[in-house]
Ligand binder design. Structure first.
Ligand SMILES: [Zn+2]
Length: 155
């Protein structure tokens, strides 16, 4: 993709990679454990709580603990209402987002992608990564992440 861009655009991208459009977003990764309330627990046969009236787990049998992590990304909304840095260069559905992220965070992004209910919160929207691909630009390797919106969230 980069090879077809005029030189001035390569320079802009290089500049972007070095910093000023990067920002932090919070990722939330659930870790579930079996409900430990007295008389409750997880029934794997029914996939619900042993005590359906349990207030601790709301009858799910599982308790969610959310692991929060801050990630450094360069976001690009595929949405006319947001600033579309690569307008005309990438193809994606309206409402999706693409992140450029640090290669050092790749394993973390893969964990978010592979964990059910895990999401990234950005601009009041919950996003889940669909695909992760390496991206090398002039010796700098980053990863490109395609996300879809799960829901609007209240910050
Ligand atoms: Zn319970």
């Amino acid at each position: 993709m980069i090879g077809i861009l005029p030189d001035f655009m390569k320079l802009n991208m290089r500049h972007d990679l070095e910093g000023f459009l990067w920002r932090h977003v919070m990722a939330y990764i659930p870790h579930t454990s079996k409900c430990g309330a007295t008389g409750c627990g997880y029934d794997s046969f029914t996939a619900s709580a042993i005590n359906p009236a349990c207030l601790e787990c709301n009858g799910r049998g599982l308790v969610y603990n959310w692991h929060q992590v801050s990630l450094h990304v360069r976001p690009n909304w595929i949405d006319p209402a947001h600033n579309n840095v690569f307008a005309g260069v990438i193809t994606a559905d309206i409402g999706d987002a693409q992140f450029q992220a640090k290669i050092r965070d790749k394993a973390l992004w893969e964990k978010i992608r592979d964990t059910e209910h895990a999401y990234v919160l950005m601009d009041g929207k919950k996003l889940h990564p669909e695909s992760i691909a390496d991206n090398s630009v002039e010796g700098l390797t980053t990863i490109d992440i395609r996300c879809h919106i799960i829901s609007e969230a209240k910050p």
